[in-house]
Design a protein around this ligand. Structure first.
Ligand SMILES: [Zn+2]
Length: 153
């Protein structure tokens, strides 16, 4: 298997655990949810061995329940499985901020993070980034008032 496929599969495995942390599901229900929510198809030959692995490791419990006409295995996270789901959530959260943070600028005046709508102005030959035009003005006001202060000896 290609390495990048393996990484992508890891994402599917993670999303299966996250789905089960919301509610118990049967195999087909998991496949449907993954497809509608992350637009990926889950191969049953991946899903069922993975569920079996989760169960063997005490992360998931399955019970046979009637779904429609015939009984199906419904999978539910155990306490340990829920802890794994929390770890996955935290990992994803830090990956998301890692993806966003390098593109963030900080306002040169107030220091707030600028997610959108930055304002740039060249002041004293240096390009500065602000969150808004008002912060730029406030910065320039401060600059000119400090320029008027007598120099310390
Ligand atoms: Zn600002």
């Amino acid at each position: 298997m290609m390495f990048d496929e393996d990484v992508a599969l890891d994402m599917i495995r993670s999303s299966i655990v996250l789905l089960l942390s919301e509610k118990p599901l049967h195999g087909y229900g998991i496949m449907k949810e993954v497809e509608t929510r992350i637009g990926r198809q889950v191969n049953p030959s991946l899903l069922y061995p993975f569920l079996k692995q989760l169960e063997k490791n005490g992360l998931v419990e399955s019970t046979r329940k009637p779904v429609g006409k015939k009984p199906k295995n419904v999978y539910e996270l155990t306490v340990t499985g829920k802890k794994l789901a929390t770890r996955i959530y935290k990992r994803i959260a830090s990956m998301v901020s890692m993806a966003i943070e390098p593109n963030l600028s900080v306002c040169f005046h107030c220091g707030c993070k600028i997610y959108e709508g930055r304002y740039q102005e060249t002041i004293d030959g240096k390009e500065r980034t602000f969150c808004c035009v008002h912060c730029a003005q406030a910065y320039k006001n401060e600059l000119s008032s400090t320029a008027q202060l007598p120099e310390e000896n």
